[in-house]
Design a protein. Structure first.
Length: 75
């Protein structure tokens, strides 16, 4: 008889950390309030004016991504 060692590997499923863990809460809301708009209206404004050379308001990439995030959550 051949003695075989059986190795059992237990794979533990790691929980993925939340992709929203490092977000600053209320940052986009604060920007919207300082612009005098609601969050959804400000998100539309940011998306419309991103990379528009004729616009007086040119949002940063971070603000644009926050606006897209807000629009995706509101769907």
């Amino acid at each position: 008889m051949i003695n075989k060692n059986i190795i059992i590997i237990i794979m533990v499923k790691k929980k993925n950390p939340s992709p929203y863990k490092n977000l600053k809460e209320g940052a986009f809301t604060k920007q919207a309030q300082s612009a005098g708009m609601s969050v959804n209206k400000f998100a539309d404004y940011v998306i419309k004016n991103y990379k528009d050379k004729n616009s007086k308001y040119n949002p940063t990439l971070t603000t644009y991504r926050r606006a897209l995030f807000v629009k995706n959550l509101s769907k």
